[in-house]
Ligand binder design. Structure first.
Ligand SMILES: Cc1cc2nc3c(=O)[nH]c(=O)nc-3n(C[C@H](O)[C@H](O)[C@H](O)COP(=O)(O)O)c2cc1C
Length: 216
């Protein structure tokens, strides 16, 4: 196993900050970006259902349009890769079935042996939809992907800015998600900080561990 030591991990987590100003001339190398996309795929989710889609936008014209619906924040145009984290709006029996097929395709075995697991997931999703919290549950999974992405990027020395300061409905229009199975939740710009981004020098503001972490 190839693990980071604790000091190296904390150095990268302290190095990470929500980048306000990216250096538009610096692009993430293909191999590094491929690893970050792979990190997205490896994100864990409840039941393993992966109720998400990640839309990576490198097209300059699309990114320019996104600035106008991102509270005029310029990270979408200045970063190297701008990623939209979208949630699957509904989880139907066919989605659970496709997941079961992928388990069998990956691990082998008989689909019948997964019937109980499938029924449980369909029952869960049905109940969540009926009680009105399926979307909220699915969005929670999407945020795990966001956290995983930002930490993975930091470990690789790539800067990020998570962005909730966006208009999700307008993102959906621009990205052609309207009428699809997905909708925008949050975005994340990735690339390299501009040398004059003053935010990089600011001390981290966090409540003390004694308040936030309780040992019992
Ligand atoms: C879900 C989420 C959404 C955020 N949205 C924005 C945003 O739209 N624009 C921005 O500049 N920073 C945004 N931030 C950055 C936070 O303000 C920042 O993470 C927080 O102040 C802590 O600072 P640090 O990340 O630099 O340590 C967001 C952070 C998170 C986690």
């Amino acid at each position: 196993m190839n693990t980071l030591n604790p000091d190296a991990l904390l150095a990268q987590l302290n190095w990470r900050y929500a980048t306000k100003k990216f250096d538009a001339t610096k692009k993430i190398p293909a191999g590094t970006w491929a690893a970050l996309e792979h990190a997205l795929l490896l994100t864990p989710s409840s039941f393993g259902l992966q109720p998400w889609k990640f839309i990576v936008i490198t097209d300059a014209a699309v990114r320019q349009k996104l600035v106008h619906v991102s509270w005029n924040q310029t990270q979408p145009t200045d970063c190297s890769h701008h990623t939209v984290f979208a949630v699957r709006k509904a989880i139907a029996e066919k989605d659970v079935d496709r997941f079961l097929d992928s388990i069998i395709a990956t691990r082998g075995g008989a689909k019948e042996s997964l019937k109980g697991y499938g029924d449980m997931m369909t029952g869960f999703a049905g109940k969540a939809a009926q009680e009105g919290w399926l979307r909220e549950w699915a969005i929670r999974q999407v945020y795990i992907a966001l956290g995983n992405f930002m930490t993975s990027a930091a470990v690789l020395g790539v800067d990020t800015c998570p962005m909730e300061g966006i208009e999700p409905a307008n993102y959906d229009k621009i990205l052609g998600l309207d009428g699809s199975e997905f909708e925008t939740v949050v975005a994340c710009a990735a690339g390299y900080r501009a040398a004059d981004d003053k935010h990089a020098q600011l001390a981290k503001v966090r409540f003390p561990a004694s308040e936030v972490i309780q040992h019992i």
